[in-house]
Design a binder for this molecule. Structure first.
Ligand code: ADP
Ligand code: ADP
Ligand code: ZN
Length: 217
């Protein structure tokens, strides 16, 4: 399955992608995670991405499309993948089509996790991420057993630099302007399904899985 997981910042894409990876044994490809790893490692890519990420803007398309092309060409993507956070505008969606054509692949489904804007700032500001294994928590909605400590691996949790109210406002307006038009784009192609992301995490997972079982056969 070649899946696209869409939704505004903080909707729960990463949280759900991890569960779908386990269930369907296909890799998660998160452009946000790739950029954060590059910033941390101080690579050329990281230098290009850092300022955009800190202000909540999109990293330039040519940079983003380049890393996705490279990643999708790797062997572990041959049996399917879950794209999380890409594409984020129509330019990127068109580039993705081209990349998939080159690889002789087709999108199976586009899943959009719908959460109203009013809930998203609280979700992002309360998000905490494990430094070591990348597991995602929320101080209120998905708290770790011990405050600030990862349930999986015992490492400390941190707050992403862009998970503050001010940057979130920028990210939400970038979403409205650049990313929301993709809903129409994928509806027209007939691949689009929307899931209500205000439900508890496990319920959202269940609904996503049900959609995927129905497309599988
Ligand atoms: P969230 O899931 O909360 O929206 P991400 O981890 O997906 O956050 O993205 C964090 C930041 O990384 C974005 O605000 C943007 O600066 C950059 N980024 C991630 N994916 C893309 C993309 N497809 N195109 C451009 N920039 C991106
Ligand atoms: P995204 O990748 O779309 O930016 P995340 O999966 O990182 O979103 O989730 C953002 C925050 O919201 C995290 O703190 C996460 O624990 C929390 N969260 C995810 N799904 C839900 C949900 N269904 N209900 C409440 N909080 C959620
Ligand atoms: Zn951990």
């Amino acid at each position: 399955m070649q899946l696209l997981l869409m939704g505004p910042p903080g909707a729960g894409k990463g949280t759900q992608a991890v569960k779908l990876v386990e269930k369907f044994k296909i890799p998660q490809i998160s452009t946000g995670d790739m950029f954060r790893a590059a910033v941390k490692a101080g690579t050329e890519l990281g230098k290009k991405a850092k300022a955009c990420m800190e202000s909540g803007k999109l990293v330039p398309d040519e940079v983003t499309i380049g890393i996705v092309r490279e990643r999708l060409s790797q062997d572990d993507c041959k049996g399917g993948f879950i794209l999380d956070g890409f594409p984020r505008n129509v330019e990127q969606a068109k580039a993705l089509e081209k990349i998939l054509d080159e690889l002789n692949l087709k999108l199976t489904k586009v899943l959009n996790i719908h959460v109203p804007a009013a809930d998203l700032i609280e979700r992002a500001v309360g998000r905490r991420v494990c430094k070591n294994c990348g597991a995602t928590y929320h101080v209120k909605f998905n708290a770790p057993k011990v405050e600030n400590v990862c349930d999986n691996c015992g490492e400390n949790l941190y707050q992403r630099a862009d998970d503050n109210e001010e940057t979130m406002k920028n990210r939400l307006s970038v979403y409205e302007e650049s990313t929301r038009p993709l809903i129409d784009y994928y509806e027209k192609i007939g691949l689009y399904t929307e899931i209500d992301g205000r439900q508890p995490i496990d319920k959202v997972t269940e609904e996503l899985e049900n959609v995927l079982y129905s497309v599988k056969e």
